[in-house]
Design a protein around this ligand. Structure first.
Ligand code: CUA
Length: 161
């Protein structure tokens, strides 16, 4: 009888702790689930643009480099089947370039072999990436997403001197 009562107390205590534990877990999971996912991943904001009118819309109506600081540039670029605008860009060695690129048709890639520059170019969205060109030379920009018959020849160049 005595032992049975003690067991009952422990049993009640155990069940109570289990319930508290489950409540804490549930609240924690709810708090995590309540956070807004997706849009702010990688610290990038989402910027939308209409692929139909992107060529007439600032800043993509004037493709190329815009100097924004001491050897620092914004590069506005447009990908299309099968190429990139502008055709060529020239910058001094050591330049920091903030790429802003979108597509006016299908999904393309934007990759500079020999660097860590690699991103997708999606119609309707502007993708951003920053790279500092410390070494002089000719950098090839290649498309790494299959986008059609001339995908293989889709490229542009960045001359660093
Ligand atoms: Cu553009 Cu492959």
């Amino acid at each position: 009888m005595h032992m049975h009562k003690l067991e009952k107390i422990w049993m009640t205590f155990g069940v109570s702790m289990l319930i508290v534990f489950l409540i804490v877990l549930g609240v924690g999971a709810f708090a995590l689930g309540a956070q807004t996912p997706g849009d702010h991943a990688h610290g990038q904001h989402r910027q939308v643009v209409d692929p139909e009118t992107v060529e007439q819309t600032a800043p993509f109506n004037e493709l190329g480099l815009k100097k924004i600081g001491e050897n620092e540039y914004d590069a506005y670029m447009l990908a299309f089947a099968f190429g990139y605008g502008p055709e060529k860009m020239e910058i001094p060695a050591g330049a920091t370039v903030h790429f802003h690129i979108t597509s006016k048709d299908v999904v393309h890639g934007f990759q500079i072999p020999g660097t860590n520059v690699n991103m997708m170019v999606v119609p309707g969205e502007v993708n951003h990436l920053t790279y500092k060109f410390t070494k002089a030379g000719e950098y090839l920009v290649l498309c790494n997403e299959y986008c059609g018959t001339a995908h293989e020849v889709m490229q542009t160049r960045i001359i660093v001197s």
